[in-house]
Design a protein around this ligand. Sequence first.
Ligand code: ATP
Ligand code: MG
Length: 633
Amino acid sequence: MAYEDVYRRSIEQPEAFWGEEAKAIHWHVPPQQVLDYSNPPFRRWFVGGQTNLCYNAVDRHLAERGDQLALVAVSTETDVTRELTYRDLYREVNAFAAVLKKLDVGRGDRVVIYMPNMAEAVFAMLACARIGAVHSVVFGGFAAHNLALRIDDAQPKLLIAADAGSRGGKVIPYKPLVDEACAKAATPPARVLIVSRGLDAAEPKVAGRDEDYATLRAAVGDAEVPVEWLESNEPSYLLYTSGTTGKPKGVQRDVGGYAVAMALSMRTVFDVGPGQVMFSTSDVGWAVGHSYNVYGPLIVGATSVLYEGLPTHPDAGIWWALCEQYGVRTMFSSPTAVRVLKKHDIDFIKRHDLSELKYLFLAGEPLDEPTAHWITDALGKPVIDNYWQTETGWPALTLLPGLDMKPVRFGSPGFPNLGYRMKVIDESTGEDVGPGQKGVLVMQPPLPPGCMTTIWNDDARFLSSYFSHFKELLYSSLDWAIRDEDGYTFILGRTDDVINVAGHRLGTREIEESVSGFPAVAEAAVIGVADELKGQVPVVFATLRQATDEPHERVQAADGMRRTVEQSLGAVARPARVYIVNALPKTRSGKLLRRSLQALAQGADPGDLSTLDDPNALEEVKRALQRGPEVGS
Ligand code: ATP
Ligand code: MG
């Protein structure tokens, strides 16, 4: 079927379209109304329908595929691989749900899950879904401060934590972080459940608060816990945004709309169905992890591969070895991860039999062309750029190979996904801009099923964050975009990342893209720095594919970057200064912290750095600033 026809139907006849798609999931009570849009921009999908995410992800497959693999959890940190069939998953999820019940968790209660990519994190999420509790997974690498903020916002009855995480073989005990977060939080959870992998020698328990999962698990045995049927619009989970641009927002998701969006996108976007295998390298703490490590693949009866560890350990071929071993059909990762692999020999990929693999999807950050070319060459498969937000929960801009594979156009995540009414509009007039013109990427509400329903406990912030930017009621993505003659959309960066050089507005993404075109560059961040004459000037921080201390090599590389930008974007975009560093400051989800870089470069306070991944990267930048740029002054 042609994408254009299906897309048009999804936009022009949303109720007919989504009413049809809703049949892909199990409803305990079918919806009475497909869409209630009586209170814009709030909307309710599948009103009156009763369903359950856990039932759709697990119970529903028992009869036909009980012995098929549901979840493969591979850890190269602990050297443990767990392979669970749907029957195994059913047993473990029910046991976990029984433990939650014992701890007095019920429908509507929040549960914060603070765990790395381990099988029990998936059990915990599905167990919450089963009993109608609202989970909020907090990325296991976050510091106590981040955890405390989320605890105070979500006000969980229970916190579930691993004893420890591990990164590159280094054990990171979680219990001290949990204790610190609970001490910092104004409203700490009454109970803490520790799932121990024996990584951390038992920390002292807080009496009356802490419980050990293995002990309770043994006590419940093979208990079965009935599914709690939820109205389609009840909250299923909360997930905080990455916090790249400010205080994270508690994105709230529903039940029925999300399940339907998962089923639809697994088929039309990811092209994965019952019995097929999907491998997402995301952390369960991110939006991709929720949707395509847990709910999406399981809802359609596929096998999900979950991975804990570095992409380069035991060597840079580990992900491709897993693809070969499990016959992965669709893989999902991030540009950041591919840029890490790009520093290693291409043969780590080429030596594996990837005949089952059909596509690699990449999301989370702009995918620069050189990286896209490199990985496409290495795999010999389509590499599909995916534009997402935590808010959307599933791809907003994408190609849809499961429906109608259009040619990949490098630099573009493609077309609006089904049900997404996207426009590129002028920031001041709110009018649609023409092809080839820059504007703000917006969505016309009602947002499709699966997208956020509101910000947890804060409808006012939902309205002011997303819907207050234009005269018309529009959801602002806060990203710049440009659409070409054929409808391919290109993302130019965040609206707060635009720089103004002598009256010319330049997206930092364009300059980064150009800098990355210089072969020696591994990764680049471009920021605007105040300048007396020009208002702002572009400044580059870049890492090299092959790090070097040779001053003339560094100058040569920096010079090459400047020339490349000048040639492709003109003298106005020519970087005023180029700094070569060994690492760039990123969030834990691999997003460049351009705002902190900009602040440092202007001698200001870098702001909230609590989501910073590697403190060394910040020190690197400070040192580079002290030392002075490779080129420029
Ligand atoms: P916060 O909203 O809290 O500042 P965040 O926006 O980084 O954090 P996410 O929801 O994880 O949190 O990230 C979504 C953003 O990531 C998008 O708005 C966009 O800026 C960027 N992004 C995601 N995918 C792509 C892509 N394929 N190309 C370009 N940018 C992308
Ligand atoms: Mg955002």
